[in-house]
Design a protein around this ligand. Structure first.
Ligand SMILES: Cc1ncc(COP(=O)(O)O)c(C=O)c1O
Length: 586
């Protein structure tokens, strides 16, 4: 069978609710009746609000507000501190807790967009919505990113530009991607692709292709069916729509810190929910099941302050730490969410970007100098990670069987997309798999046209996913390139005496400049970040990921090798980091 035959679409069913979902919402509701034992709060967000809940509370101070003077602090402004205020009343978790579609919050005096009076200085036209202008403002962040993107390094056209080692983009498979794009569009783009298509949930083609991917590579406990998937323009859009549907304004989500900065933008921007970092232990313990104890403590703490926790996010493989979670920890997450009746969202966008990190570094040729002994010691500290866990998808857990407890599968939602494992951030394709919550998918379909992926992107990904041989080769080639590039970059830092966290997944490593440069506070971290940016290289500081320990930075290693070498060279020069082998010992 050729690709085009394989991708052909049967249009007989267009305009019907795809894949067997009941058509009217009411029947969807009645067809999915939860058992009476099922606790109520995995409910979706509600469109009604009762008058007696219609109040705000004072802001909580669960996170620090940074001054918006750097890119890093701009990330900081998108924190819990910029959420709608809640009232000082009702600090009792069991009382009336959360406003349901409350009156629009008054513009916060400390908002970057300013008070109404301040806003009037720059805008005299008819009033804009409080919803959009009264909340967190990413203006300085947007300005900084505009600068960064406009002044990107290019060895020929802009050699003085900024080398970006701070964005999770994988450039290692560009040739393969360009080849795929041209063949896919040539062979498989059909006239139907010029229409609105055949499904609100994506397209019947991509849902079928994605179901195949999940069944072949995510080892699901139950077969994934096309109708359990909804697609959107990248995981960011999917996360926005998902949380908009799951939760109401002001409700809270727990997640382990450090965490991916984009969650702030994606979840708070429109959904106005609260992201509450849980500062799990550092090092290996961050990935252990015991870390869930800290979730429990944090939940109790914030519920006392009147914040209702409704969901937990687990990012596996973890961004920014670049590591997979062991199965036992994922089960502990599931257990915690069941006990506390929370939604569990697993962001698995790096699922197939797992590389080998077994510490077989070819070039160690020891001469017993002091420098070599120190270097060998650092290798011991940093290089061996044979105990890295393989990737385990939340979809693969059979919680009831593995833990012997009840588990309501309607609470589990997995997010996955094309940006990272398929090296195509720009194509904007993401998806949600929720195997036991048809109501969620139905509710999301109400607004799914806002995030419907374009048909060229749909054709491109479907072409690859439906060609099992090409798919396997793509994934394996990417893995080899990740392994090589990771090793190169990790070694570069180790050679300069810099601690690198153990990692086995993703596009970045997590390095401790603080220890090497002997600083422990976030102001210096900010200064280092700014110095590097001014000197033409961008790496992402730990505080942007809500990390409470200063000195850590996330460094992307999946950029073209030439850019990587120039970027690392600038870091070396600006921070005076010399290879240990060049150090002179008395
Ligand atoms: C953990 C995580 N989730 C979601 C996203 C957003 O991905 P997308 O490009 O699909 O919007 C990213 C991008 O960096 C990410 O790292």
């Amino acid at each position: 069978m050729t690709f085009s035959q394989d991708l052909s679409i049967d249009t007989r069913y267009s305009l019907q609710a795809p894949c067997g979902l009941p058509s009217p919402l009411r029947s969807s509701l009645s067809s999915h009746t939860r058992s009476s034992s099922t606790p109520p709060s995995t409910r979706l967000s509600t469109a009604q609000h009762s008058e007696d809940h219609d109040e705000y509370r004072e802001p909580t101070s669960l996170d620090d507000i940074e001054e918006p003077d750097t890119l890093m602090s701009c990330f900081g402004t998108l924190s819990i501190s910029s959420l709608p205020p809640i009232s000082p009343k009702g600090v009792n978790a069991s009382g009336p807790i959360i406003t349901r579609f409350p009156k629009p919050p008054p513009p916060r005096p400390s908002s970057i967009l300013g008070t109404r009076e301040e806003q009037r200085k720059i805008y005299l036209g008819p009033k804009l919505s409080d919803r959009a202008t009264g909340g967190p403002d990413a203006g300085p962040l947007i300005d900084r990113f505009s600068c960064l993107f406009q002044d990107q390094y290019d060895c020929v056209s802009n050699p003085k530009g900024i080398v970006s080692l701070g964005v999770a983009e994988n450039f290692l498979m560009q040739e393969e991607c360009l080849e795929l794009i041209s063949t896919a569009l040539k062979d498989n783009f059909t006239p139907l692709d010029l229409s609105y298509g055949d499904s609100l949930w994506g397209s019947r083609r991509i849902n079928r292709a994605l179901a195949g991917l999940y069944n072949d590579y995510f080892d699901p406990a139950e077969e994934v069916k096309p109708e359990q998937i909804i697609t959107g323009v990248g995981c960011s859009a999917v996360l926005d729509q998902l949380f908009y549907t799951l939760m109401d304004e002001g409700e809270g989500i727990l997640l382990a810190a450090p965490y991916y900065t984009g969650f702030d933008r994606d979840l708070i921007g429109r959904g106005r929910v609260r992201l509450i970092p849980v500062h799990v232990p550092i090092g290996e313990a961050a990935f252990g099941p015991e870390s869930l104890k800290m979730f429990e403590e944090k939940l109790e703490e914030v519920e006392k302050e009147g914040i209702r926790i409704r969901a937990v996010i687990v990012c596996n493989p973890q961004n920014p730490l670049g590591r997979t979670y062991p199965r036992s920890t994922l089960l502990a997450y599931a257990k915690f969410c069941e006990e506390k009746d929370l939604h569990l969202v697993s962001d698995e966008i790096y699922a197939l970007s797992i590389y080998d990190n077994e510490g077989k570094f070819n070039y160690i040729s020891y001469k017993q100098s002091e420098a070599d002994r120190l270097k060998a010691h650092l290798f011991e500290l940093n290089s061996d990670f044979p105990q890295a866990d393989p990737f385990t998808s939340m979809l693969s857990l059979n919680v009831e069987k593995e833990l012997g407890i009840e588990f309501d599968k309607a609470r589990l939602h997995v997010v996955y997309g094309m940006s990272k494992d398929f090296c195509s951030n720009g194509l904007r394709v993401g998806s949600l798999i929720s195997q036991h919550n048809p109501l969620l998918l139905r509710a999301m379909a109400n607004t799914s046209m806002l995030m419907k992926i374009s048909s060229p992107a749909d054709v491109i990904w479907s072409t690859l996913l439906l060609d099992s041989k090409r798919l396997k080769s793509f994934i394996n080639t990417n893995k080899l390139k990740l392994t090589e590039s990771h090793k190169f970059t990790r070694n570069w830092f180790i050679e300069r005496g810099i601690e690198v966290s153990n990692s086995n997944a993703g596009n970045f490593i997590w390095v401790n400049l603080g220890k090497k440069l002997k600083f422990e506070n976030s102001i210096i971290e900010k200064k280092i970040f700014q110095k590097l940016l001014d000197g033409g290289v961008y790496i992402a500081p730990g505080s942007a990921y809500h990390y409470h320990i200063a000195g850590w930075f996330r460094v992307t290693f999946t950029v073209p090798r030439g850019n990587l070498i120039v970027g690392l060279g600038r870091i070396e020069r600006l921070l005076n980091l010399r290879p240990l082998s060049e150090l002179k010992f008395e």
